[in-house]
Every structure is written in structure tokens, then in C-alpha cells.
Ligand binder design. Structure first.
Ligand SMILES: Cc1cc2nc3c(=O)[nH]c(=O)nc-3n(C[C@H](O)[C@H](O)[C@H](O)COP(=O)(O)OP(=O)(O)OC[C@H]3O[C@@H](n4cnc5c(N)ncnc54)[C@H](O)[C@@H]3O)c2cc1C
Length: 440
């Protein structure tokens, strides 16, 4: 067994938490610091998972147990690359695990992306979920039509959150600033547009099924595009796709002149230009057909008028000094980046899969790093003590797990009658609360 390792995990999302949980089991005397740039832990479970999907967030109970282990510390409100450079962390710890996710929206790479009213999913989702960095990214929702690009669950989340009523959201933790804008919006129609065929969409049946049950919006699709049956060697995939096709068949047939609030699921179309002067006024699409599993443009184009565009086509790593990034992820070999440096989660594999997908993946990297470090910890590495000294010297106000529990308790205590919590959305308010000062 590897002994005395000092490990720093950068990022407290699912991937970092599964790595920590596995390390606690396999190297019980390892000292593990889990850093996060936010004062709140658990990454996209708090800031990505939709506010009306509270049961998904219950996974944090298992993460809490890991955080409460005597050898594990949460060190929030410290940002790799700004508050501390990677080379410093590598000098302090035997092992550094990058678990930062993929914090940047992938670009559509079409003309007009810089127009007002055009958002990446990251910005839009973080805004309605109260991520402090996106508190003020207030989209103008005084609009009639929105277009959401993408055929995955994030696109469905965005469309659904835009269309749910206040009553439907009463048991959610949708933040106040987003609720104010969304519920007063005169929005009538959301188009969710994917470049591939309906059977290629990456929807979960649960998310798609929710469209059929919206209190105040009707779901439409072009049923002539739906195949009678989907057959695949992958039987699990076959079942999911056939369930989704069945759900799509239960939607209304798309037609001109639809009145009332509606969501339209359009397939086989790629955006080629965002129209408008300063603000977006529409999107030009090219119709596609499928050839050998790929969407290929047909040359036929059409336009959808809209005043908001949210592109949900995936995420990538940004630049972090000292980290090799290639094709939007940290360049790695099964999780190894360099001696003593590893990567897990979306930063390693790219933005796909569910929370659970990160579990096995992180465990495999832990096995690898333990095998690489059989000699155990280097006594010269200062680990947590060295980090504390760094933070003192640089005047960095880190947030501990006990501090987070105070924030958590206060959010729960000030929640509305049916809502699970009312989030703090500014780090300064969280820090005031921790210090016992009055906060808003
Ligand atoms: C909008 C959205 C909704 C989703 N909904 C679901 C769902 O309902 N169910 C499901 O199973 N999966 C869902 N997923 C997928 C799931 O969230 C991911 O699989 C998972 O979060 C990836 O984990 P991660 O730890 O790699 O990254 P993340 O969860 O992104 O965690 C990364 C952490 O690193 C921190 N960080 C980033 N940069 C730095 C830095 N420089 N210094 C310090 N800390 C840093 C971040 O603050 C964050 O806490 C959703 C994803 C998105 C985008």
C-alpha cells in the first residue's frame, strides 16, 4: 500500500469527489486537499444540474461523507492559475489531480456569434443556477422566440427552464434573479434544433418525457422525420432511442401558425449564420441529411426569427498555465499528464456522460496513480501545511467544509415554503455570512 501521500485535487465536482472517495478507501493515510475556485463545492451538481431536478442533486450526500473524512479538507475560494500556480501546487504535493471540468463553451464557429442575445449554455445555465461568476450575465428575456442549438440534455434543460411556470418551479432552487426574468418573460416559442436525425439525438427519455407534461407549453415535432423503429447492435441504446421516438410521436405535429406557448423540436439542421445588426434577430439554418452516420448539408436553407440564441453544443478546457490542452481536454494518457500530475472527469475525457460516468473513470486514475507512487509520500513535500502558509502569505480567504455547511444551512433556512434552498449568488455574501456579518 502507498503511504503518506499528499494529494491535491483541483475541482470539487463529481470527478474530483469520486477520486477523493476512492483514495480515502485505497490509501487511508493519504492527506487530501480538494481545492475549488468557488466557495461552494460539487461543481456542476450545484451549478449545472437543472434546478427542477432536485433528486439528481442528492448525490452530494455521498460527497459530504468524503469531505467529512479526517484526512480530507475542502479548500474553497482558491483558483488554480490565479491564486496559486500549478508549479507551486506540484511543489507542495506528491500528487496533483486536475478535476476542473471543461469550463468554456464550445464555439459554433459561424458568423454573428458576437451579437447581443447570443449565449453559450455555460453562461445561460450558470446564470439561472446562481454561479457567482455569471450572476450579472442577465439575458434580455423580453422576447417572443428563442432558439436553442443542440440535441443533448442541456438543450432540453434550457428549453424547459425557459418554459416552466412559477408554480412548476416552486419546488426548485431556481435563483431569484433568474426567476424574476423568466416568469415575467412574454416568451412564446422555443425551437430546439439539432444537426442530426431524431434517432441520433442524445436525449435521456426522462428529460424528453418532461416536455409532454409541461403545464403551460405544448411540444411539437415533425413526425414525418421519425423512423418506425430504430435497430442497433447496442440493445441498451436501441431501447433508449425507441422510447424517445415513442415520446416524439406523442408530441403535436409541427405546422405553421402555431399559437400559444410551445417548444419545437427540429432535427437535421445546422446553424450557418446568426442574423441581425447588434442584436440577434434570427438564425439561418442549412438542412442536413444523414450519410454514414454523419450530418451532411443539402444546400437548402431556412431561417427562424428569434431574439435569444443559446448554443448547447458542448464545452472545452480553457487555457491553464502549465497544462497541455489538446482538442479541448487536458492532454493525457489514461489520466497521466506528467509525473505526479493526473487528470479526471470532463477535463480528461471531454464533456460527455452523466455524473455516474465519472465514478469508474476517477477510480481507474486513482489505481494508476497509486501504482505510480508505490514509494509513498516525499517527506520534503509540505502538503496542506504549505498550502496554508501560501494562503496566509497571499491573503487568500479560503472556505472550509465547515464554512460551506454554514452557507448550506443558511440557504436552506431562508428558502421558500416548498423550495429546498435559496442560494447565495455572490461570493462576498457567502464570506460575510461565514464571518458572521450581515448579508443580503
Ligand atoms: C448544464 C448541465 C446539466 C447537467 N445535468 C446532469 C444531470 O441532470 N444528471 C447527470 O448525471 N449529469 C448531468 N450533467 C453532467 C455532469 O454534471 C458532469 O458529468 C459532471 O459534473 C462532470 O464532473 P467534473 O468533476 O469533471 O466537472 P465539474 O462538475 O464541472 O467540476 C469542476 C469543478 O472544478 C472547479 N474549477 C474549475 N476551474 C478551477 C480552477 N481554475 N481552480 C479551482 N477550481 C476550479 C469548478 O468550480 C467545479 O467545482 C450536466 C452537465 C451540465 C453542463
Amino acid at each position: 500500500m502507498t503511504t503518506g501521500l499528499k494529494v491535491c485535487i483541483v475541482g470539487s465536482g463529481p470527478a474530483g469527489m469520486y477520486a477523493a472517495g476512492d483514495l480515502v478507501k485505497k490509501a487511508p493515510d493519504a492527506r487530501i486537499d480538494i481545492l475549488d475556485k468557488l466557495a461552494t463545492p460539487y461543481g456542476l451538481v450545484r451549478a449545472g444540474v437543472a434546478p427542477d431536478h432536485q433528486t439528481t442533486k442528492n448525490v452530494t450526500r455521498a460527497y459530504d461523507k468524503v469531505m467529512e473524512n479526517a484526512n480530507v479538507r475542502f479548500v474553497g475560494n482558491i483558483r488554480l492559475g490565479e491564486d496559486i500556480p500549478l508549479h507551486e501546487l506540484r511543489a507542495l504535493y506528491d500528487v496533483v489531480i486536475i478535476a476542473t471540468g471543461t469550463p468554456k463553451d464550445r464555439s459554433l464557429n459561424i458568423p454573428g456569434e458576437d451579437k447581443q442575445g447570443v449565449y453559450g449554455a455555460q453562461t445561460f445555465v450558470y446564470w439561472y443556477n446562481g454561479h457567482p461568476e455569471f450572476r450579472d450575465a442577465v439575458p434580455d428575456l423580453d422576447i417572443e422566440t428563442a432558439v436553442v442549438i443542440g440535441n443533448g440534455n442541456v438543450a432540453l434543460d434550457v428549453a424547459r427552464i425557459l418554459m416552466r411556470t412559477a408554480d412548476e418551479m416552486s419546488t426548485s432552487d431556481l435563483v431569484d434573479h433568474a426567476a424574476r426574468e423568466i416568469f415575467k418573460s412574454p416568451l412564446k416559442r422555443v425551437h430546439v434544433v439539432g444537426r442530426r436525425a431524431p434517432e441520433n439525438a442524445q436525449f435521456s427519455s426522462k428529460e424528453l418525457g418532461e416536455f409532454a407534461e409541461l403545464a403551460a407549453a405544448t411540444a411539437y415535432t415533425d413526425k414525418t422525420l421519425l423512423p418506425d423503429e430504430y435497430i442497433s447492435d447496442d440493445k441498451k441504446q436501441e431501447r433508449v432511442v425507441n422510447t424517445n421516438l415513442e415520446l416524439l410521436r406523442s408530441f403535436e405535429q409541427i405546422r405553421d401558425g402555431v399559437d400559444g406557448r410551445s417548444i419545437h423540436l427540429d432535427f437535421l439542421a445546422s446553424p450557418i449564420e446568426i442574423l441581425g445588426d447588434e442584436r440577434v434577430t434570427g438564425v439561418r439554418f442549412e438542412r442536413n441529411r444523414m450519410e454514414d452516420g454523419k450530418a451532411v448539408g443539402t444546400g437548402e436553407t431556412y431561417e427562424i426569427d428569434c431574439q435569444l440564441l443559446v448554443s448547447c453544443i458542448g464545452y472545452e478546457m480553457g487555457v491553464l498555465e502549465g497544462l497541455p490542452v489538446e482538442r479541448g481536454i487536458v492532454k493525457n494518457d489514461a489520466g497521466r499528464v506528467a509525473p505526479g500530475l493526473y487528470v479526471v472527469g470532463w477535463a480528461k475525457r471531454g464533456p460527455s456522460g452523466t455524473i455516474g460516468t465519472n465514478r469508474l473513470d476517477s477510480q481507474e486514475v486513482v489505481d494508476l496513480l497509486l501504482a505510480d507512487n508505490l514509494r509513498g509520500g516525499d517527506p520534503a513535500k509540505r502538503g496542506p501545511d504549505g498550502l496554508d502558509a501560501w494562503c496566509r502569505e497571499k491573503n487568500i480567504h479560503v472556505v472550509s467544509f465547515d464554512d460551506w455547511k454554514k452557507i448550506d444551512a443558511a440557504e436552506v433556512a431562508r428558502a421558500g415554503e416548498k423550495s429546498p434552498r435559496r442560494k447565495f449568488v455572490r461570493t462576498r455574501d457567502m464570506l460575510s455570512l461565514i464571518r458572521g456579518e450581515a448579508s443580503s
